[in-house]
Design a binder for this molecule. Structure first.
Ligand code: COA
Length: 153
């Protein structure tokens, strides 16, 4: 059974080594960049508290995810900022596991009414995965990406 583990002093280097396929590089920032953002901040429509995690199968790092909270935000109080699975580990359910784990965490928090996510218009695998989990496209673009929202409550 996979699990997620917070990024820390011991594991950030091994998570920074994970990478997507060459043709997917445009879909997601490098993990080391996300880890730097988590330390020093990112400005997406106000302040977000960022939570980066590794996706692990046992001791083996297989992917990375990061979400953010901005509870006063009028539309999406949580945002899934990054999700990636290493090029050698894709198609084994880890991406879906990471998504379901985040949604479980958000569902348990009554401050979160809606969750946002965005993706490149040509990222069909991500788009399909998110749609099957209930995310609905708003029709708006955010920094060149399609914005989709899942209403939890
Ligand atoms: C998108 C990504 C995170 C999915 O992770 P994954 O572990 O490969 O995907 P999973 O094995 O969990 O499969 C998730 C779903 O996508 C489908 N899927 C996976 N690979 C697919 C492919 N190549 N073609 C079509 N469908 C595919 C699976 O059937 C599964 O469907 P389900 O929702 O019915 O269960 C991964 O492909 C990735 O890292 N891509 C590059 C980075 C990226 O695009 N990140 C998202 C940025 S918004």
């Amino acid at each position: 059974m996979p699990e997620i583990k917070p990024v820390n002093l011991e594991n950030w280097r091994e998570l920074a080594k994970l990478k997507v396929r060459e043709d997917q590089k445009n879909f997601v920032a490098q993990n080391v960049y996300s880890i730097a953002e988590a330390q020093f901040g990112a400005d997406y429509e106000g302040h977000w508290d960022l939570y980066p995690f590794g996706i692990y199968d046992g001791e083996e790092p297989v992917g990375f995810l990061m979400y953010g909270y901005n509870f006063p935000h009028p539309r999406t109080q949580a945002f899934i900022i990054r999700l990636m699975v290493d090029e050698n580990q894709q198609g084994r359910g880890y991406g879906r596991f990471g998504m379901e784990k985040m949604l479980e965490i958000f569902r348990a928090d009554s401050r979160i009414r809606s969750v946002g996510i965005s993706y490149e218009p040509e990222n069909e695998v991500a788009k399909g995965l998110y749609a099957r989990l209930g995310f609905v496209e708003t029709g708006e673009m955010q920094d060149g990406e399609m914005l989709a929202v899942l209403k939890l409550r």
